[in-house]
Ligand binder design. Structure first.
Ligand SMILES: [Zn+2]
Length: 184
């Protein structure tokens, strides 16, 4: 993970080179943002930096509706991230944990589930399951904003097992139903 001062300086510059490399949790609003967010900058004393969107969500933050963290570049090669974590992230992004188990994923990578969870805690800042939940919702959110697909189509394309689960997960993360989001 990048250090606080590096992230803070990049955030104040709104530096696009850091987009996807860290996320800013704003404790006064409990919203998290990309470094390039156009919204007024929060004070440094009110922010925490996270190495991934999943880590920010695991800490209880909601994605910003302005800068849309789900549109940040997918960055499986964070500083210090090993090949195993990068491979795991690609498999999760491809849906390995949408119905599949962490144990099975770990087996595919040739390591134990406990070791996989440890690697994720260290490099991603979130569990494999939280990471999968974040990536699944990010897929759904992009489809919601950028297509005219029905809610049912979005839920299944994104990897949710049912429309009901998608609705519940969306409401929990965003504090509103998916129908309240502006479509294209
Ligand atoms: Zn934002």
């Amino acid at each position: 993970m990048l250090d606080f001062d590096t992230c803070d300086a990049a955030r104040y510059r709104r530096d696009p080179a850091f987009d996807g490399k860290f996320f800013t949790g704003v404790r006064t609003t409990m919203i998290y943002c990309r470094p390039v967010c156009p919204v007024k900058q929060p004070l440094s004393k009110n922010v925490t930096y996270y190495p991934s969107a999943a880590a920010a969500e695991q800490a209880g933050y909601r994605p910003c509706l302005r800068c849309r963290p789900e549109t940040a570049p997918f960055s499986p090669a964070w500083n210090g991230t090993g090949a195993t974590v990068a491979r795991a992230l690609r498999l999760i992004e491809d849906g390995a944990l949408d119905g599949g188990s962490v144990e099975h994923l770990a087996e595919r990578l040739g390591i134990g589930a406990r070791q996989l969870s440890r690697l994720f805690r260290r490099h991603v800042g979130a569990s494999p399951t939280q990471t999968a939940a974040t990536l699944r919702m990010q897929r759904a959110k992009r489809l919601l904003n950028d297509t005219g697909l029905s809610m049912t189509e979005i839920a299944f394309l994104a990897g949710f097992s049912s429309l009901r689960r998608f609705n519940a997960a969306f409401r929990e993360l965003y504090g509103r139903p998916p129908s309240a989001v502006n479509r294209r």
